[in-house]
Write a protein of this length. Structure first.
Length: 151
């Protein structure tokens, strides 16, 4: 379920609150291979299922940066800020990859507003997105995203 905020100013009132979760997404080998093609990162733990079976994870795993890139897929499912002319990704303050994402895993994002403050004509928010792997005790990725929303 998407959390809907009326305008960028409402982000300030949402600080400290959990926004909800995205839908689940199955991370398949095709997506991993496409990411490898796009980035040139063809390390065998990602792209060679036969070799990966004998590796430390018993199967191929998603690239950490693929998992991070999916934050941009999950966040619009979790949060809608209305009354904006545009939103801009400013960066990421902190990123961690506590656990791998084995091929075929179901993952989803959860989000909370860490901070929100005036920035020029807009509001800059730090939103922590936690990517969960279904059935795993540890998250796959925790990223403090920085976005600026303009009215």
């Amino acid at each position: 379920m998407t959390t809907v905020l009326a305008n960028p100013e409402a982000l300030k009132e949402a600080v400290g609150g959990h926004l909800g979760h995205s839908d689940w997404l199955v991370l398949d080998q095709e997506r991993i291979d496409l990411f490898a093609e796009a980035t040139g990162d063809h390390q065998w733990i990602h792209t060679d299922p036969d070799r990966a079976r004998g590796g430390p994870f018993g199967t191929t795993i998603a690239h950490g940066y693929l998992t991070l890139s999916l934050v941009n897929y999950f966040l619009p499912q979790i949060l809608e800020v209305r009354g904006t002319s545009m939103g801009v990704n400013v960066g990421v303050n902190r990123v961690r990859f506590p656990a791998p994402v084995p091929v075929g895993s179901r993952i989803r994002g959860g989000a909370e507003v860490v901070s929100a403050e005036d920035a020029g004509e807009g509001v800059q928010a730090v939103i922590r997105v936690t990517v969960e792997v279904e059935g795993s005790q540890k998250p796959a990725c925790v990223a403090d995203t920085v976005s600026r929303y303009f009215p």
